[in-house]
Design a protein around this ligand. Structure first.
Ligand code: C5P
Length: 250
């Protein structure tokens, strides 16, 4: 399995390279379109995220094909159900060899503990707890009954995940610095990445690749700024260059 690294506190020589810290979201309706994009990237990405759209259409074969090609796979299924059901789903998915798998922190402590126990078998993916979706702002949170700020809610959910033994967290880059201070050993994965001037789409809590890294993110998830670019390889290279330009605390 790919070694997953918390980038903070690592000596400079051991710090993962930008290419090892960029996760490309393959949000496509078919395996053909996903592999077409991968070919156009000319080898600049090592990590691919398979979300519900692609997983429900191309399934386990696609995950296995990506692994057979030597790529690292983030299976973003955002599991959220009763503990017994989530534990079973984690066990089923563990056979695939994916490197990362998401569960929703909002499922609560018992669900997260059940997921973590189910993920203790040898080939299981490392779990990431999704805190507050990057597409939600304070007013959307308030509308579903959450009165605190997104940052407060992210921290609340991250602490529950931490108590359950899940130290990989998905948050927006806006909360990364606070999370890094509160939970220094956690692996922080941040979607909501938008290079300067890029279309924000449905994302609300966003930052540039450089700002996200400087705030303490370990991995950046990027989709449309690369997949919808006229030249995806060039867009990815620009993001990698921006990531390389960030002087991280040593
Ligand atoms: O295209 P874009 O860069 O907005 O894609 C972001 C990706 O990250 C999407 O695949 C989305 O499902 C995922 N994601 C997210 N916010 C989260 C967790 C995952 O945007 N909190």
């Amino acid at each position: 399995m790919t070694e997953l690294k918390n980038s903070q506190g690592s000596p400079a020589l051991q710090r993962p390279s930008p290419r090892e810290r960029l996760i490309l979201a393959l949000d496509f309706p078919s395996a053909d379109q996903a592999f077409d994009l991968i070919q156009r990237l000319e080898g600049c990405c090592q990590w691919f995220k398979v979300g519900l759209e692609l997983y429900l259409s191309a399934g386990n074969h696609l995950v296995q094909a990506l692994k057979d090609l030597g790529f690292s796979v983030f299976l973003d299924l955002k599991l959220h159900d009763i503990p017994n059901t989530v534990a079973g789903a984690v066990r089923s998915v563990s056979k695939l060899g994916a490197d990362l798998l998401t569960v929703h922190a909002g499922g609560g402590l018992a669900m997260l503990q059940a997921a973590r126990e189910a993920a203790s078998c040898p080939n299981a993916p490392k779990l990431l707890a999704v805190t507050v979706l990057t597409s939600m702002d304070a007013s959307q949170l308030a509308a579903v009954g959450v009165s605190g700020s997104p940052a407060e809610q992210v921290l609340r959910l991250a602490n529950i995940a931490h108590t359950a033994g899940i130290t990989g967290l998905v948050c927006s880059p806006e909360e990364a610095a606070r999370m890094r201070r509160a939970l220094p050993g956690s692996l922080l994965v941040t979607p909501g990445i938008r290079p300067a001037g890029a279309d924000t789409g449905d994302q609300k809590r966003i930052a540039t690749p450089a700002a996200a890294l400087a705030a303490g993110a370990d991995y950046l998830v990027v989709g449309r700024p690369i997949t919808q670019a006229p030249d995806p390889a060039k867009a990815a290279q620009q993001i990698l260059l921006e990531m390389a330009s960030v002087g991280l605390p040593g």
